[in-house]
Design a protein around this ligand. Structure first.
Ligand code: ADP
Ligand code: ZN
Length: 612
């Protein structure tokens, strides 16, 4: 059988997929030819297949996978074993006896993939006889940026890996990472001694994640919008990122009070508490986690359907990494970012106080440009990562709803005049209160309620004023004096506008309502059957999801390891009722077909019967 056909056969029988994605086959075939490679792919791009398939294809050899996180290693092995792939791990969690057994199986050629933590690798190999070492067909270095001091996650254990190429010059090395700028990338090649490695760079776009930004909402209003959004995604899993620990707690408590199951997660909690929450989330027992940035590392849950940023992240790198935790199964997912002036002030203070004020302020500004963008957000995101993306994405709020422009001169004059009449001694929120004519204690105290501008902006809501003032700030009509209680100071340009010598355009504020996403199946790349027109049955999907959960519980694995949401969607669309039909569904390989066809087809038949 030709090499590629054999690989495709394995892809179908082990994973239940019909074709390679993007550069996967090129990478695999380069490896089979003995070449070294550096593979840059975004999270969930499909890196693992690139090294797993060569391992599976080797006759009685095996591939070694070096991976830094024990939890992820165990996850991958569980998932592989579910697919009937002989994969094992050697690490410090195993007993000597288990490790001896593993080595025995390697000798017999019964293992195709061996996962090892970096610190164990060399000491293990030193103990192996040549009859084992000559079976090694590939060294795959996952999270390869960990080898570089320039990367953001340097791990000293990784430096030992440099010895591999010298000891085994014949064995190809594949370095994989989801984050690498040019410097890190060059450093990976240097440290691993693979100067001739072929570079495979995939697009970092995650087209299934819809990008949305809500401007100006604060406090209760923001909370109401979050609740509204979650209510439309009731049965789905999501993460809400907050800036501070106490916000995660408050958010979780208030959501729980409204009957939405939610828990906080942050670095101040005990290890056991954090583990409990992660486990509940992965097992679909807990729908919403309100987290600081500490959450998400080392969990590999593929059916996170949305990520909400209750506060703006400090830079685009964090934002991209955090939204990347949604939609790993490739089905539609939402990223929702709340952006308001208060966050900007806080983040600016963080940046200024950080050791690298200049760099961090620049990064924050880029993040702000993303949030305020009037052009397709995906363009901004990918351009930031130096990727050429020259069309509109049609899956972001700007593309869906291009902002309407209007002459905002009169509005700006109201605001500027209010600032001027207070002798530039007020911050943004007080300006809103004055314009809206709100007789709060501190306003009356200062006599601002007697100003000519008091209440002239009543026709606009607070949210509208917040959004427009933000735009005016961004346009440079006034500055914020961070060293003077954040008072607003009118610029020269602002003065021009105030006296009518310049006109300005604003983007019309739109109240966001969160209509439910299109049904997942409509956007998923599912095989279209010749009869066409098959629709996903969402009631059936719910039933299959419950079944999946019960089966996962019984075998003590996470639900997404039984089948991904994408496979369930395919089942609820194709509605297979026989073993043969079940066996060709997306994500159903041989092992899973044998294990699961009975309960799933039975549930589908029962569902179809009832509907007759
Ligand atoms: P990464 O390691 O790059 O984060 P994974 O290897 O975990 O990504 O792949 C992400 C998801 O995509 C997994 O559910 C995987 O099974 C699926 N996948 C990978 N390659 C293919 C393919 N060729 N066809 C369909 N699904 C694929
Ligand atoms: Zn777009």
């Amino acid at each position: 059988m030709a090499r590629q056909e054999y690989a495709l056969m394995l892809l179908r029988s082990c994973y239940g997929y019909d074709s390679f994605r993007g550069q996967q086959w090129d990478i695999i075939s380069h490896t089979l030819d003995g070449g070294d490679s550096i593979v840059l792919m975004p999270t969930s791009g499909g890196k693992s297949l690139c090294y797993q398939i060569p391992g599976l294809m080797s006759e009685d050899g095996f591939a070694i996978v070096i991976s830094p996180l024990l939890a992820l290693m165990n996850d991958q092995i569980d998932a592989l074993q579910q697919n009937g792939v002989p994969a094992l791990a050697l690490n410090s969690e195993k007993t000597d006896n288990e490790n001896r057994q593993t080595v025995e199986l390697l000798m017999q050629g019964k293992v195709k993939l061996l996962y090892i933590s970096p610190e164990k690798l060399l000491s293990e190999i030193d103990r192996w006889s040549s009859s084992i070492t000559e079976k090694i067909c590939l060294f795959a270095v996952d999270e390869a940026h960990c080898i570089s001091q320039w990367g953001h996650d340097f791990r000293p254990e990784y430096t030992q890996l440099g010895a591999l190429k010298q000891r085994f010059p014949e064995v190809p090395v594949m370095a994989l990472t989801a984050t690498a700028d040019r410097i890190t990338r060059d450093d990976i090649a240097k440290q691993l001694h693979i100067p001739d490695a072929k570079l495979f760079i995939s697009s970092f776009d995650r087209p299934n994640i819809s990008l949305n930004v809500v401007q100006g909402s604060t406090g209760r209003q923001k909370f109401r919008q979050i609740v509204q959004f979650i209510n439309l995604h009731r049965n789905e899993s999501g993460i809400i990122y907050c800036l501070r620990r106490k916000d995660t707690e408050k958010m979780a408590t208030e959501l729980t009070r409204l009957g939405i199951q939610a828990e906080p997660f942050h670095a101040g909690m005990s290890v056991s508490e954090k583990q409990r929450i992660q486990r509940a989330f992965v097992n679909d027992d807990l729908k919403v986690v309100c987290a600081t940035i500490a959450f998400g590392m080392g969990i590999d849950k593929s059916n996170v359907r949305y990520v909400i940023h209750s506060n703006m992240p400090r830079n685009i790198e964090s934002y991209y990494q955090e939204i990347g935790r949604a939609g790993r199964d490739g089905l539609p997912a939402d990223a929702l970012l709340f952006y308001n002036y208060g966050d900007m002030v806080t983040l600016q203070q963080f940046a200024l106080q950080s050791g690298q004020a200049q760099v961090n302020m620049d990064k924050l500004r880029r993040m702000q440009q993303f949030a305020e963008s009037g052009v397709c957000r995906r363009r901004i995101l990918l351009n930031y990562f130096n990727e050429r993306y020259d069309h509109d994405c049609h899956n972001c709020d700007v593309c869906d709803n291009p902002p309407e422009r209007f002459d905002g001169t009169r509005l700006a004059q109201m605001a500027l005049s209010a600032i001027k009449r207070t002798d530039e001694q007020v911050a943004m929120y007080t300006v809103t209160d004055i314009l809206r004519g709100w007789r709060k204690a501190d306003i009356a105290e200062k006599g601002y309620d007697r100003l000519k501008t008091f209440g002239v902006g009543r026709d606009f809501t607070m949210a509208e004023w917040n959004a427009y003032l933000l735009q005016m700030l961004q346009m440079g009509l006034f500055d914020v004096a961070y060293d003077e209680n954040n008072h607003l100071k009118i610029t020269e340009y602002g003065t021009e506008v105030l006296y009518g010598r310049q006109q300005i355009q604003l983007n019309r504020f739109e109240r966001r309502d969160f209509s439910a996403r299109k049904p997942a199946a409509a956007q998923a790349e599912l095989p279209i059957t010749p009869t066409g027109e098959k629709q996903m049955d969402s009631a059936l999907f719910e039933k299959l999801r419950d079944l999946r959960k019960a089966l996962a519980k019984a075998s003590h694995i996470a639900p997404y390891m039984v089948f991904s949401d994408k496979s369930l969607t395919a089942m609820a669309t194709e509605k297979p009722t026989t073993q043969a039909e079940f066996g060709i569904v997306y994500g159903v390989g041989q092992a899973k077909c044998e294990k699961y066809w009975r309960p799933f087809t039975a549930a589908i038949r029962e569902h179809l019967e009832k509907r007759k």
